[in-house]
Ligand binder design. Structure first.
Ligand code: PYC
Length: 429
């Protein structure tokens, strides 16, 4: 059992006087993580500097003492899906395997600020998935029962309870999409997504992990081993790196990276757009999702309304916003909350979602020895960051696939053991 390395200490708490002293002295700009020389060999190379890659690096170091680890990102940390999502956390999934997995993530998120000594601003304000017709209501009941059996707090509530939780929703019958009920999930909420990324980066770096931004992987070396398929390292635009373990933690480019190692994945990539308004007075506490209207809304602590929808109808790699999206989104939001008609949108953006046929991720070992994947995150990747990092780190350190991710192996597609999560994956896709 390796002894746990001690993380480098960073200034943690300030009194009012020390804050003033640091502010005046200008010595408060301690970088959250260190820049290091790129070595030509590491024990573990992680491709992708988003929440999944950084959490994996952090738990490898913190839980297993494995610190000879490099996280490579072709851009800057959090520049992919981790900085482009709508920051919603929840565990009210449909399959028992999914519920258990995301519940572990919510629990890790609940203690993340303390674990990382970094304020990630997790606000468990409750999550409501509205049902506008009988079939949605049936799915909500189904989800509530599976959630309860797995110990997750979810229940179906009626219009009167919804009105108490979100007074600005029109729950009368006199609307085009009447609200018949909702799946209410009190532990759900929102988090400051970039703080999570920075916190993990800082934590991992404190243990000695190397984080290399602007370092693009251009190839993966595979040779030798019992079946001629053993990973040897990666090629990058800054030189070759030897490694006996390489983990693909990318989103958007996961199939292209896996193909570099000769692994084909059943994934198609779609853009997902989102938008944010000017700040308005706090009026919306819970996160509100409507599958039928393809929309979800939350209000940040600064007062902005964050809106998202389902993925674009065509596969692609574009990360530009479109007018069609904003038009559709505005129409759907106004069906739910007509009083927002005068609120102005400030920004819109897109991220890339790697969709699998069953709307569940692909995690664990692959037919290439030493090459692991943590991919296929569709529209649900950010909420799974902590549990994925913890499980992938266990998988590398112990050589065994942890039970919590065993259902998500890539072999399920060949074996016909799909894990259908479509009924609980974001909004209707
Ligand atoms: O699965 O909760 C979700 C979600 C929100 C935004 C995209 N996906």
């Amino acid at each position: 059992m390796p002894t746990r390395p001690r993380p480098r200490r960073y200034p943690a708490r300030y009194s009012a006087f020390s804050l003033l002293r640091h502010g005046l002295a200008g010595d408060h700009l301690v970088p959250a993580w260190r820049d290091r020389e790129l070595k030509n060999s590491y024990d573990v190379v992680i491709i992708g500097g988003g929440v999944h890659g950084l959490a994996t690096a952090y738990y490898l170091a913190a839980n297993h003492g494995i610190t000879d680890v490099a996280v490579l990102d072709k851009g800057y940390v959090g520049s992919g899906g981790s900085g482009r999502n709508t920051a919603i956390l929840r565990s009210n999934y449909l399959t028992p395997e999914g519920v258990r997995f995301y519940d572990r993530s919510v629990r890790l998120y609940e203690r993340l600020a303390a674990d990382l000594n970094y304020n990630v601003m997790f606000s468990q304000r409750g999550h409501l998935t509205l049902a506008h017709n009988d079939s949605s209501l049936r799915t909500m009941r189904w989800r509530a029962e599976v959630n309860k059996l797995e110990g997750v707090d979810s229940e179906v509530v009626g219009p009167a309870e919804i009105k108490k939780l979100v007074p600005y929703l029109d729950v009368s019958a006199a609307v085009r999409y009447p609200i018949l009920g909702a799946l209410y999930h009190p532990p759900g909420g929102i988090i400051r997504h970039d703080a999570v990324v920075w916190g993990y980066a800082r934590g991992a770096s404190g243990y000695g992990v190397h984080i290399h931004q602007n370092t693009e992987v251009t190839g993966i070396d595979v040779a030798g081993g019992p079946n001629g398929r053993r990973v040897r390292g990666v090629r990058t635009d800054r030189g070759d790196i030897a490694a006996s373990t390489v983990i693909n933690c990318t989103a958007g480019w996961s199939t292209l990276v896996a193909e570099m190692a000769g692994v084909r994945l059943p994934i198609q990539t779609f853009p997902l757009q989102a938008a944010v308004t000017e700040p308005v007075r706090p009026f919306l506490d819970a996160v509100v999702v409507s599958g039928s209207l393809h929309v979800y809304v939350s209000q940040t602590d600064r007062g902005e309304l964050v809106f998202g929808a389902s993925v674009d109808p065509f596969a692609g790699y574009s990360m530009r916003g479109s007018l069609e999206f904003v038009e559709g989104l505005a129409g759907h939001v106004l069906e739910l909350m007509p009083s927002l008609a005068k609120v102005r949108l400030l920004r819109q953006w897109a991220g890339l979602c790697d969709m699998t046929p069953d709307f569940s991720p692909i995690m664990g070992r692959t037919p290439v020895d030493g090459f692991l994947v943590d991919v296929g995150w569709g529209t649900y990747g950010f909420k799974a960051g902590p549990v994925s990092g913890e499980a992938m780190a266990d998988c590398v350190a112990t050589g065994r696939t942890p039970d919590i991710i065993a259902p998500f192996g890539v072999e399920r597609f060949a074996e016909g053991r799909l894990l259908g999560e479509k009924g609980a994956a974001a909004v209707g896709h």
